[in-house]
Design a protein around this ligand. Structure first.
Ligand SMILES: O=P(O)(O)OC[C@H]1O[C@H](O)[C@H](O)[C@@H](O)[C@@H]1O
Length: 632
């Protein structure tokens, strides 16, 4: 049973005080910003929710019949079910808060689901499905083929507790990789491994090349946990945008000579990552640097990237395992190596994740934080993604959490078919940046506009390291404002029947960040099980990749046609229709137009007549005739 024992008494004392003040409508609390400049500037601003504390409303829904078909349980019949408004007085709300509050003492984390309006009846009806999902999770952890389409095990939970790996071979792979990461990072940090031609005599920068799951975790963790002035500062190339890559390389400047380049790709064949690597290698060549002496690969054994790194003799290679998905790879070499190189305590990250995993193994729903999250998601979105998940960490260092969760949640849950082949078009959209910044951007719509979301506040109790705090006005610190903004927004949203979850951590530490990641990984797995979908594949991603390949193939044909016409004497500029006909692709004329417009914008095609703005009239040719290509 969730309890509040052990929670800092001052934290609760403060909350109680606030509640009582709200009850009395004390001006001191009906607007905590009364001394701030903003109130003076905007005397007519809407009152905070605390003004309405006596009439907080929660909407209770009738639960739809439980079926074996996950998505069917949230069918239109369920959505159309009668909604009943329950008046709640602050006392009742407090009771609900205390009754449902989850606490993990060792991690220093609390989960408050009291502002999500699920009823006891709903919980009781969902119970069998949760039990089935938790059982499925148990099987998954034992090594079941939990990703049936790809015939794969799903083993990211073993990464933080290798004793749970289903074979001793897998256990030793995990342990050996972790040891190798720690010792490599130590050697780099102590200068034992150094770049061949840097004046500093040690690595000073990391350039991480990777995309999707091979970038988002490392980016989130770097932003959350890297020290202010790490020995090695990390940058990312996470796209095939040439200007973006140039920008990173330009910022490195002469420090390219002391840059450790980590190329991360599970498959080892992702085009954007390959392009990033080729661009970085070109920069190394131009600077007269020996890339392999500064290159590290993290990829599956025998992938294209692995073979390239092996043949070229790169500085190091670390394995990615078949049974770890990209979006759940933060605790593999993908996340751990960059983190360790920045001086982040990766064993603490793993410990936090392991503690959270352990907590999530209980079959008592209200004591299982991941199940509680999944329950709230199901309630808030009717089990069909009818509402978006807005993630609002009130802490700058957690800015990238929503971006990280966007992939974890949307790539896992956004599926066309369920496990029985029914078309379900599942998913939950995720967005958010940070509070209170977002309060000055889109919270207006959340409070008053279209009601298509639920919020998750991420609260961090420790404002800044001890010894640095000061009162910027009597009795009030900068962090008190951040706290007030969070609490005010939570209350204001609830007063307008907008549901919210609050995840509270004591501090942003490797342990709490590891636990946060583990919490959401498990919640996604449980939720997927409940709505009967495969969380561990991503068939939809292939369509876009295939279409991109077709565009590039068409571009090659366009180039060949233009080249042939440009090699004629005199040069024969072609209309769009002529190019399309000669490519034998008249149906692709729009795409051919776009290809030519893109080439023209990059000086790779010349417009002889007209302009790209009037596609029907322009004529195009290539600036140069490539005879070799013509006769190739
Ligand atoms: O790590 P990689 O194999 O390069 O894959 C990078 C990304 O590629 C695809 O877009 C997948 O949908 C992602 O899940 C993956 O994280």
């Amino acid at each position: 049973m969730a309890s509040i024992s052990g929670i800092s008494s001052s934290y609760y004392a403060l909350k109680l005080r606030n509640r009582n003040r709200n009850r009395n409508h004390s001006p001191a609390l009906t607007n905590p910003f009364r001394n701030g400049p903003e109130l003076a500037a905007f005397p007519n601003r809407p009152k905070l929710a605390s003004d309405r504390a006596l009439s907080l409303v929660s909407v209770a829904r009738e639960v739809s019949p439980v079926t074996n078909d996950g998505a069917a349980a949230a069918s239109p019949a369920a959505k159309a079910s009668k909604k009943q408004a329950l008046e709640k007085d602050p006392g009742e709300l407090w009771k609900r808060y205390v009754e449902w509050l989850y606490q993990h003492k060792e991690i220093g984390m609390y989960l408050d689901v009291s502002r999500v309006g699920f009823t006891e009846e709903f919980v009781a009806e969902m119970e069998p499905r949760f039990q089935a999902a938790l059982k499925a999770m148990e099987e998954l952890e034992k090594g079941a083929i939990a990703n049936p389409d790809e015939g794969r095990m799903v083993g990211h939970y073993w990464l933080r507790d290798s004793n749970r790996a289903p074979t001793t071979f897998l256990k030793s792979q995990i342990d050996n990789t972790l040891d190798a990461i720690c010792s490599f990072a130590d050697d780099v940090l102590t200068g034992k491994i150094k770049p061949p031609s840097s004046p500093e005599g040690r690595f000073t920068q990391i350039l991480s090349v990777g995309i999707g799951g091979s970038a988002l975790g490392p980016q989130f963790v770097a932003e959350a946990l890297a020290p202010d002035n790490p020995l090695l500062k990390i940058r990312f190339v996470d796209n095939t945008d040439p200007a973006g890559i140039d920008h990173q390389i330009a910022q490195l400047g002469p420090e390219l000579a002391s840059t450790l380049v980590i190329v991360i790709s599970k498959s080892g064949g992702t085009p954007e990552t390959r392009n990033g690597l080729l661009e970085v290698q070109k920069a190394f060549r131009e600077a007269g640097l020996d890339f392999p002496k500064q290159g590290v690969a993290i990829t599956q054994e025998n992938s294209l990237l692995d073979n390239t790194a092996r043949i070229e003799g790169w500085l190091a290679r670390f394995p990615m395992f078949d049974w770890v998905g990209g979006r759940t790879s933060e605790m593999s070499a993908v996340g751990l190596l960059p983190a360790a190189l920045q001086g982040i305590d990766i064993r603490e990250m793993l410990a936090g994740a392991a503690l959270m995993d352990e907590a999530n193994r209980t079959t008592v729903l209200r004591n299982n934080p991941a199940a509680l999250l999944a329950l709230c998601w199901y309630w808030a979105t009717d089990g069909v993604g009818s509402k978006d998940m807005v993630i609002l960490p009130y802490k700058d260092s957690l800015l990238l959490f929503s971006r990280y969760l966007q992939q974890l949640v949307m790539e896992s849950l956004g599926k066309e078919f369920d496990l029985d082949g029914n078309r379900v078009n599942q998913g939950i959209s995720v967005y958010g940046n940070k509070g209170s910044t977002d309060q000055h951007a889109y919270i207006q719509q959340l409070r008053e506009g279209v009601h298509n979301f639920f919020v998750t506040f991420i609260e961090v109790l420790r404002d800044r390291p001890p010894g640095h705090d000061w009162e910027l006005e009597p009795g009030v610190t900068c962090g008190d404002y951040l706290f007030g903004m969070l609490q005010g927004t939570r209350a204001a949203l609830y007063a307008n029947e907008r549901e919210s979850i609050t995840v509270t951590v004591q501090e942003v530490t490797p342990r709490s960040v590891g636990a946060l990641i583990a919490l959401y990984e498990r919640a996604v797995g449980i939720y997927a099980s409940i709505v009967n979908i495969n969380a561990y594949h991503q068939p939809g991603v292939e369509a876009g990749k295939k279409a991109a390949g077709e565009v590039l193939a068409l571009q090659k044909r366009v180039l060949a046609v233009l080249n042939e016409a440009s090699c004629k004497q005199p040069v024969e500029p072609l209309t769009l229709e002529e190019v399309a006909d000669r490519c034998h692709a008249p149906e692709d004329i729009e795409m051919i137009y776009k290809i030519i417009a893109h080439m023209a914008a990059n000086d790779r095609a010349l417009i002889a007549e007209g302009s790209c703005g009037s596609p029907r009239s322009f004529k195009v040719f290539l600036g140069e005739c490539n005879v070799d290509e013509l006769y190739a």
